[in-house]
Design a protein around this ligand. Structure first.
Ligand SMILES: N=CN[C@@H](CCC(=O)O)C(=O)O
Ligand SMILES: [Zn+2]
Length: 413
């Protein structure tokens, strides 16, 4: 057993009430000047004012003591929405978008997600693993200690399972905790262009059962959007996944208000994600159902769209989480500090609300809050040491990485 005592820290963390934080509670965080954190075997045993933690320890001597020199300490980021597993970026497509071609138009022409599908199908498993690991480690350097990674660039059973195996390996072979999500419903593949319902049959009858049998997915997601999957098709996929024992999530109302947010509330999805175009009625339905709203400001930034109404969501009582959406098309960033800055400066969230959104609420969006997301006794000692005095530095020192040290299960990584 290994004991470590971290002293002389300014601790800033949401505390976990046993459910995602919503409304005025979203911005309530605990601040402890001259705080300490004692962990054993990677788990937090005591946390709070230094003298209280020392009292808990007494008469025991920790194996190791670390002086954090008064620096600000927050929980490790939990990034609850990424597509980190892909083969090659799509820089040429980005240039097309800069010339004014719309994201969904590129997909309609057979590019976008479908061009990544072609390259992922062609790439062998080891190469895909190495490319994904590189991005996961880049996220870790920015302070992400838990990450969700979706499949969805295979769109056939074999390649979807290959992606899920690679995603599982990232969790075993890097310090990150990884939550795998099956996203067979990411787009209709070219070979089913004229028979989208037959593709939905394949997802429901073959892919979901295979992923569940092999135990390699925890959630199922679907891209509910005009020209992609309708509300009815998305409902079918999510209900099948739920019946098979997977948690559910939706890419909802990203470009058009199709009603994906309402569907998330209806089917009991843990989260609805994107929500740029979601109606207020459907946001209210989410608040009533307790559906977490995962907002992805780097996507709106990269697509040059209006941001999701995160301020309204908090005011309506929707628990809000933040994610990078890291993917080669609409949001090529692994950086939670960048996303945090956008949320604070351009979406109207307070620093404290953004902190809860990118840690505790994000952990709830992944079913991981029993382990991560806050500096509470019993959880993993996953935390970040910041360069400044408060978490505001994350938005303030824009474009830089204000995370100077990353600890995963009490170990510096
Ligand atoms: N919108 C759908 N899926 C991703 C983008 C995937 C891609 O373009 O490769 C997203 O969440 O933004
Ligand atoms: Zn996405």
């Amino acid at each position: 057993m290994m004991d470590k005592l971290f002293r002389n820290a300014t601790l800033v963390t949401p505390t976990d009430p046993g459910r995602p934080k919503a409304g005025p509670d979203q911005g309530a965080v605990r601040v402890v000047e001259k705080g300490a954190l004692w962990c054993r075997d990677g788990l937090i045993r005591a946390v709070g004012p230094e003298e209280e933690v020392l009292r808990c320890l007494h008469p025991h001597e920790p194996d190791q003591e670390v002086d954090l020199e008064g620096r600000c300490v927050i929980p490790g980021w939990v990034d609850p929405h990424t597509h980190l597993c892909f083969a090659v970026p799509r820089e040429r497509e980005f240039s097309l978008r800069l010339q004014g071609v719309e994201y969904l138009e590129i997909l309609r022409r057979g590019g976008g997600i479908l061009s990544t599908v072609r390259s992922v199908r062609e790439t062998d498993e080891e190469t895909l693993f190495r490319a994904t690991r590189q991005r996961a480690l880049s996220a870790l350097r920015c302070g992400t200690t838990t990450v969700e990674i979706k499949s969805g660039y295979g769109l056939d059973t074999e390649t979807e399972l290959k992606m899920l195996r690679v995603i599982g390996r990232i969790g075993r072979e890097t310090p990150l905790d990884v939550v795998p999500t099956f996203l067979g419903g990411h787009a209709v593949p070219e070979e089913y262009r004229d028979a989208p319902d037959a593709y939905v049959d394949l997802v429901v009858e073959e892919m979901i059962p295979a992923a569940v049998r092999q135990g390699i997915a925890r959630f199922c997601d679907v891209f509910c959007e005009k020209g992609v999957f309708s509300v009815a098709q998305s409902r079918r996929i999510l209900q099948a996944a739920s019946a098979a024992g997977l948690g559910t999530k939706i890419h909802a109302d990203e470009v058009h208000d199709l009603g994906g947010a309402g569907l998330a509330a209806e089917v009991g999805a843990v989260s609805a994600e994107h929500l740029l175009a979601a109606s207020e009625d459907n946001l209210r339905a989410m608040a009533r159902a307790g559906t977490i709203g995962v907002v992805l400001p780097a996507t709106a930034y990269s697509l040059r769209k209006l941001f999701a109404p995160a301020r309204t969501m908090v005011d309506l009582g929707v628990p809000v989480a933040l994610a990078t959406d890291c993917n080669p098309g609409s949001s090529y960033t692994e950086s939670m500090p960048f996303v945090f800055g956008l949320a604070v400066l351009l979406m109207g969230l307070s620093v404290e609300e953004a902190l809860t959104a990118s840690t505790l609420n994000a952990a709830y969006a992944l079913g991981m809050a029993h382990k991560v997301g806050s500096l509470d006794v019993g959880k993993q000692a996953d935390f970040l040491v910041l360069e400044g005095e408060t978490p505001a530095v994350i938005a303030y020192h824009a474009g830089a990485n204000p995370v100077v040290q990353v600890y995963k299960k009490g170990e510096r990584v």
